[in-house]
Design a protein around this ligand. Structure first.
Ligand code: TNX
Length: 574
């Protein structure tokens, strides 16, 4: 039996997992082989050749420019873009091969994994990257980046490493498991300036994520300009003086229309769709402090910056619904207009409400969002609504299968009931279990900031789960009929506690907050790449030991890129 066990392990390893092959690729591709023959050497004479059918040329050209920037910054090479030349050596060929089955719409739903698929071959005189749609070419570019030495990630010109700027000879075919692969940033509790949002987009798109979910509104702040309701930002985006030194002096704590457009455009350049969230009826004190029409007595609430959740909700009584509807019409029209993508996230979490209010609010918000042609996303409590518009996505943020037996109890069962209700109403799921994908959770007791309400989440725990089996019901059965109920996976960075633990209470000065980039870097790396692989790679292709080995290689890229990552002690990084 010992021999049988050994053989079994050997076979499973061979069939079930893609060995890392020493390539250090994250997320692991569907199919990789290392070919015989010399590596491809990038030199000052290398060129980027574009092969494209008519009509798609600008998008392919854009992918070529992105590649030229990724490979040109550290090498100092100016890689020219041009048509392919037969037999040219040193050419990186980017080829769009249209396929009638693969339809890509820049502003369409993220529901077809084939638009992200690509093929990549590297040999000593050429690199050939092919895909049926521009996003696939862009995902393939991320893989190609990882084949070059880590120094290529540096923001300044570097000397060529000892072996040269080479990429090994390989053949890769790759396609994601899930079509929706998101990353959420909470810009409401802490404001992330445009440059910091771009940094977050860079991080997420490097690991092939394709949705940028922005949590734009909460109790502590309203971050997107709504022309017709200037109070929302004039009042709702301001903070206490200790949070805003030199307040009013050119400092703004929301995105103007121009800045927001810049974020949408930058995400688009990385083939990421922006998913804006206007949370309600809970998490709305910033709006209620700005507009008396949202409270029952017509008096605006006091502004709020503390760490509590479950605060008073928008007054969604039958009597006040005309006010609430007017608010939602104005806000959602403006937000829909600023977001070319197909989704509107309407929130819906943590909203303890008198009977009927939640349903009133959800019904109005669903109707208005749908009227703008948007597909609705809601946190899983949205599934408790009486009806859901066609195509609705529900985002599960309860704990996963790992903790349910420990926490148990009615609360978690209620989460599953909401999910089951939503599925019964025809919704599909985005999986964001808090004990797996919440990057604001501490890694371990040594993490200097972050929360612990769901769990401490080690790298292994962030990695080692299967979205398809995570929602096990208390009787041991999954609530999911099958994997087709799942739209995808999203990783989240909340920022309600981004100051050091050495402070026992809410900080009283901005200096006591950790700068947002530093907070994000430490919480995202190494766990964001782990969740990205959960979203991209097939379950059968993944194993934690193999991932950990690849990640150790990838970590030198973070160092080269100047990312302040967390050298968690459960991995031997040397
Ligand atoms: C729960 S997840 C929240 C957020 C907090 C987060 C902190 C969700 C929909 N609501 O308001 O920021 O926990 O981990």
């Amino acid at each position: 039996t010992a021999l049988a066990a050994t053989l079994l392990t050997a076979c499973t390893a061979e069939e079930g997992t893609v060995p890392s092959l020493g390539l250090g690729l994250v997320p692991v591709p569907s199919d990789v082989s290392v070919d015989e023959g010399e590596a491809f050497a990038l030199t000052a004479d290398s060129t980027i050749a574009l092969v494209t059918p008519e009509g798609m040329a600008p998008d392919v050209h854009h992918v070529g420019e992105e590649l030229a920037a990724y490979l040109g910054t550290a090498t100092g090479f100016e890689l020219p873009l041009g048509p392919a030349v037969d037999g040219a050596a040193g050419e990186i060929r980017i080829e769009l091969v249209p396929d009638a089955e693969v339809a890509w719409d820049r502003n369409g739903l993220l529901d077809d994994p084939a638009v992200d698929a690509y093929e990549l071959t590297v040999d000593d005189d050429q690199v050939v990257l092919k895909a049926a749609a521009p996003p696939g070419l862009f995902r393939g570019v991320q893989t190609l980046r990882q084949l070059f030495p880590p120094e290529i990630e540096s923001a300044t010109v570097q000397e060529a490493p000892a072996g040269g700027w080479t990429a090994p000879a390989v053949t890769i075919t790759d396609e994601p498991r899930f079509a929706y692969r998101g990353a959420m940033l909470d810009v409401a509790r802490r404001f992330y300036p445009v440059e910091s949002v771009k940094r977050f987009i860079d991080h997420a798109s490097t690991y092939k994520l394709n949705a940028l979910h922005l949590h734009l509104t909460d109790d502590q702040g309203w971050r997107i300009a709504v022309d017709a309701l200037p109070e929302l930002t004039e009042i709702g985006s301001t903070t206490q003086e200790w949070w805003e030194p030199g307040s009013g002096e050119g400092e703004r704590w929301y995105y103007t229309a121009e800045e927001y457009a810049e974020i949408v455009a930058y995400a688009g350049e990385k083939f990421m769709t922006v998913v804006p969230e206007i949370d309600g009826p809970g998490h709305t004190l910033a709006a209620q402090a700005s507009l008396g029409s949202l409270t029952c007595d017509g008096v605006p609430t006091a502004q709020y910056w503390g760490p509590e959740v479950n605060n008073p909700v928008v007054c969604s009584s039958d009597e006040n619904m005309s006010n609430v509807r007017a608010f939602l019409q104005t806000v959602l029209a403006s937000v829909a207009g600023q977001n070319p993508g197909p989704y509107l996230h309407l929130g819906g979490d943590e909203a303890p409400s008198p009977p009927g209010w939640y349903e009133n609010y959800a019904e109005a918000a669903n109707e208005i969002a749908t009227g703008h042609g948007k597909t609705v996303i809601g946190w899983h409590q949205w599934g408790g609504a009486e009806a859901l518009p066609p195509g609705t996505l529900i985002q599960y943020w309860g704990v996963g299968e790992r903790l349910r037996p420990i926490i148990g109890g009615e609360a978690t069962n209620a989460d599953l009931v909401d999910v089951q209700d939503a599925l019964d109403l025809g919704a599909r799921l985005i999986m964001s279990p808090a004990d797996r994908t919440y990057l604001d959770m501490k890694y371990d007791q040594d993490t200097p900031f972050g929360l612990e309400w769901a769990a401490q989440i080690t790298l292994e725990e962030a990695y080692d789960w299967d979205p398809a089996t995570e929602l096990t019901s208390p009787d041991g059965k999954s609530v999911l009929a099958d994997e087709s109920d799942m739209a995808g996976v999203e990783v989240l960075l909340w920022s309600d506690r981004s100051y050091p633990d050495s402070l026992t209470d809410v900080p009283q000065s901005l200096d006591e907050f950790v700068p947002v980039d530093q907070y994000a870097d430490l919480m995202l790396f190494p766990r964001l790449p782990a969740t990205a692989e959960v979203a991209w790679s097939d379950q059968a292709d993944r194993s934690y030991p193999d991932f950990r080995d690849r990640l150790v290689q990838v970590s030198s890229r973070w160092t080269a890129a100047g990312i302040g990552w967390n050298e968690v002690s459960d991995v031997d990084w040397t």
